[in-house]
Design a protein around this ligand. Structure first.
Ligand code: FE2
Length: 248
């Protein structure tokens, strides 16, 4: 490595470590993988997948994207709910809310975001999600020991697809106590943002939790049902939480 190349390399490395966002100066664009060319005919053997009728009998049936149900003509916007003290800004976009192998019953939450004005799905809607772990603890609930600025546990942002659909995997959050006779029942926080629509801060809850009687913030419209799915790999639950945003 020449001196000037070494200087450029060090400069790039320093920029990366100082800000964390700059590419090293010697970086190159990510390569394309090319195509299989003459090998394609050997590897591109069709793999039989279940027909829609057969799908109902396989473990894959639960990952098939369900058809959406457009809001009724007299639908209302999804109810607002409290922000609470545990929101953190600038959480990363990632495909799973919890860290790998996070303890707790596995949940899949899915739904669609609609506009109240058009009753159409809203693509590219950002959903900021945060929740307690299965023991009812947030990553930032101990003010004496706040999390590192780049460590986000049980929180993420996701975005709806071109059909307004979203889905994520997480674990069932635990309840937590906020007073002598006051609990927050298990819930997942949402902050939903879409240009030209009112921002929605809300929470979803799970039907039947014993602590719901001891909570003054819960709203009946925000309670969802969970359905248990048994597979050869274990058990998880699925819930649907559709959202309707009011236009500005
Ligand atoms: Fe909370």
């Amino acid at each position: 490595m020449s001196d000037s190349t070494r200087r450029d390399f060090l400069k790039g490395g320093l920029a990366l470590s100082a800000g964390g966002l700059l590419l090293p100066s010697l970086a190159i664009a990510t390569e394309t993988s090319g195509d299989l060319g003459k090998y394609g005919e050997f590897v591109n053997q069709p793999r039989p997948m279940p027909t829609p009728a057969e799908l109902a009998a396989t473990r894959l049936r639960e990952i098939a994207i369900p058809a959406g149900t457009a809001p009724a003509a007299n639908a209302r916007a999804t109810e607002v709910n409290i922000l609470g003290p545990y929101h953190r800004a600038n959480v990363p976009f990632r495909a799973k809310i919890t860290p790998p192998l996070e303890p707790g019953p596995v949940l899949v939450i899915r739904g669609r975001v609609y506009g109240l004005d058009t009753r159409q799905p809203l693509p590219s809607t950002v959903i900021d999600i945060w929740q307690a772990d299965h023991q009812g603890r947030y990553d930032n609930d101990d003010q004496q020991r706040p999390p590192a600025a780049n460590l986000f546990v049980n929180r993420a942002r996701i975005m709806t697809d071109e059909n307004g659909y979203y889905e994520y995997e997480t674990v069932h959050p635990g309840a937590y106590r906020i007073g002598p006779n006051a609990w927050r029942p298990p819930h997942i926080h949402y902050w939903v943002r879409k240009p030209n629509y009112r921002e929605l801060i809300t929470q979803l809850y799970f039907r039947g939790d014993q602590h719901q009687r001891e909570d003054q913030f819960i709203r009946q419209s925000l309670i969802i049902d969970l359905r248990e799915i048994r597979t050869q790999h274990g058990v998880y639950k699925v819930g649907v939480f559709d959202i309707v945003l009011a236009a500005r």
